[in-house]
Design a protein around this ligand. Sequence first.
Ligand code: GLA
Length: 394
Amino acid sequence: MNKLSICLLTPALFLILSGISFGQTATGSTPQLAMTPPMGWNSWNKFGCKIDENLIRETADAFVSSGMRDAGYVYLNIDDCWMAKERDAHGDLQPDPARFPHGIKALSDYAHARGLKLGVYSSAGTKTCEGLPASLDHEEADAKKFAEWGVDYLKYDNCNNLDRPAPPRYKAMADALRKTGRLIVFSICEWGANNPGEWASGVGGHLWRTTGDISDNWQSMMRLLDKQVGLEKYSKQNAWNDPDMLEVGNGSMTDAEYRTHFSFWALLNAPLIAGNDIRSMTPAIKNLLMNREVIAVDQDWGGKQGYKVRDDGETEVWMKPMSDGTRAVILLNRGGSDTPAAVAVTIAELGLPAASKYKTRNLWTGEVGTITNELRAVLPAHNSAMFIVRGFHK
Ligand code: GLA
């Protein structure tokens, strides 16, 4: 081989060896593990650091007995604070010996035996947000442990990141997870700080947070909703915007406010990750989290995210085009006035094909109706109504 051909070959060889060829990451494209938005539970919103293996086992049992599992909630995700204060003698992460004495593998076995899956948490930083050991520059060793422990889902946070750019920090863990050979959903949690819609799916994320943390109140939930405007273009199968976990059932919103929270998260194709105590749900909260028709909007295979179609200040209308040509619609009164507000949207604004009439089904009351030109509801403060609208010819 002469000098010239060696010169020409070398860059090509570098690209192939470094995995940059053909636009692929080093170990292939994102595994197809989230063709619809993941559904499950996470310990953080209700329990913070007050977690232990009993809570996880009892939540697994409650998932089965309450019907949550059969409604589609399968991931049991342990958030921050599962790990011991120090790595072990080999430099590996280890579970907190007092709170998780039987280790993570025992919990994944427990979950798997019940048809559930187990998730854990770490940070793309030197420490988690609670100051415990995290995975930056330990990606391969930590991913190997997660795989050995039978983990199915990793939420990967952004605290203590040494100001290093986000995409390579997240890519390093996605690649490490893939290298283990175990199928692990990768949930990117950089709080929407670096425009994740532009790169999170490309580096191997199945979902990515679009905002800072939710709190259990109407204002917080509405603030997060406002931040979703315009992000619908990033949402697709295996790649979901995550407006944060659910607060439904945590006690500081009314049932009507929680109904609105759940309706919107479904319309937004959000991961439905419950954040309440599954062991002690009221019948109202159970009905809410397990409303099959609202869950079906979230899980619609077409993977089109809903978006805002009218904004009249205190009232708004949002719509998700469903894969069967119908429209899921939310009419919202976000105002606080004692006088109920009329909220309306025309068939034209919903983009429905021409028909002589349209059938409506209220997904919360089951009430059906017929309209010709306009969908309308009168709603009290902090309330909403959710419908499926379909055209028909008579
Ligand atoms: C960050 C995340 C939260 C939660 C906590 C845990 O704030 O955004 O969802 O994981 O860390 O410390």
